[in-house]
Design a protein around this ligand. Structure first.
Ligand code: SAM
Length: 284
């Protein structure tokens, strides 16, 4: 895009390990005219560590719309601006959506500088199906609302990913066991990239016991990942679907086999796809 407007860079920063700051992030943050940060006091030490002296302004959830107008003016006048959040990728459960959508609507070029993101780091190491997944962010804080939201996800066949606060992680896993069943597999990814990084997989019931066994396990930052529902809806037998998939996957790629099996059984293609993959992985 060749106009005289500035560029808005969306820059990912470390989740906790400074070694994850990319050289490109340092270069961009050093060269823009202004850095919009979720919390300027939080980001100042990070920027100092990398010798970045660019002026900072605040853009957080309480001032995003007002701050947005001022930043758009600077961008329209040709200044380049970088957006960072406290940790990880801006806009992923962090401020920035209004700024990015307004910038794009005003014809301003928006350039991502990719890097750390807790949900992607957790998914990459969890060992759950990763070809299709759903990011649900934070669940409602109140139990009734949390349970009713979880119930809307009961039949979701893709891997589910949640962020959770430490003081709610046990309640959340307990509610998940109630809604999805104690035997559903799940993973807790805690303190990723930091000294006490822990990635623990078990059934939901097992994860509850594991959290209760040591209070330290409930401290820090958490991603919870849940295997999707790979079982059949009521009335269909799992065994039959597996039998059909076994025959089809001998002759066809997994995607095609799942599509045909979906037509034969009336089950969801995603669920069959995941079932075929887990059978395949179990064999290898
Ligand atoms: N923008 C961030 C990202 O790219 O992941 C997420 C920001 S959100 C406000 C903060 C939540 O992300 C935390 O409560 C936790 O659920 C998750 N999170 C952030 N850092 C983490 C880490 N090091 N380990 C595990 N989860 C983390």
């Amino acid at each position: 895009m060749s106009n005289n407007k500035g560029v808005l860079y969306i820059v990912a920063t470390p989740l906790g390990n400074l070694g994850d700051m990319s050289p490109r992030a340092v270069e961009v943050l050093s060269n823009v005219q202004l850095i919009a940060a979720e919390d300027t006091r939080h980001s100042a030490p990070l920027l100092r560590h990398f010798g970045i002296r660019t002026p900072l302004s605040a853009l957080h959830e309480h001032n995003e719309r007002a701050a947005c107008a001022a930043l758009l003016q600077r961008l329209a006048a040709g200044a380049s601006v970088a957006l960072i959040s406290d940790a990880g990728t801006p806009l992923v459960n962090d401020p920035g959506y209004h700024l990015v959508s307004a910038a794009r609507a005003h014809g301003i070029r928006v350039v991502p500088i990719p890097g750390p993101c807790a949900l992607i780091a957790a998914l990459s190491a969890a060992g759950l199906p990763s070809d299709r997944f759903v990011f649900e962010g934070f669940l409602p804080a109140r139990r009734a609302a949390r349970v009713s939201h979880l119930e809307t996800l009961r039949d979701e066949s893709r891997t589910l990913i949640f962020y959770e606060a430490p003081h709610r992680v046990l309640d959340c896993v307990t509610d998940m066991a109630q809604v999805f069943g104690a035997e559903r597999r799940a993973v807790i990814a805690r303190e990723l990239t930091k000294v006490f990084e822990t990635i623990h997989d078990d059934t939901l019931a097992g994860l509850g016991d594991w959290l209760r066994a040591d209070a330290h396990r409930q401290k820090g930052e958490f991603v919870i990942l849940l295997q999707g529902n790979i079982l059949e809806p009521a009335g269909q037998t799992d065994d039959e679907a597996r039998r059909i998939l076994r025959i089809l996957t001998k002759e066809l790629p997994v995607g095609q086999a799942a599509a045909l099996a979906a037509q034969i059984t009336g089950l969801k293609k995603n669920a069959l796809y995941n079932m075929a993959l887990s059978e395949k992985n179990a064999k290898t």
